[in-house]
Write a protein of this length. Sequence first.
Length: 92
Amino acid sequence: MSFDLSRPKPAADPGVRERVRQWVLEAFALPDDSFVLVTQLACSEPGCPPLETAIVVDRDGGVSMRTIHKATADISRADILALVNPEERDDE
């Protein structure tokens, strides 16, 4: 997967990003002050969805990143729960 970092990042509504962040905190049982970054990216690879959401979590001293192949506004609580149990995902 490649991203063109020189292109402007497509903005996601801050309220939507915060909603997704709260779902991540709940799903992973993280404290409210945990570092969770939710950002929307445009993918320039052929066959890649036009918008994806990257979620970066710093937990237990390690940083992990997960990608959901949807615009941030289209993410549901079920999408976040599927990050905890990836075998339950049905979009890949």
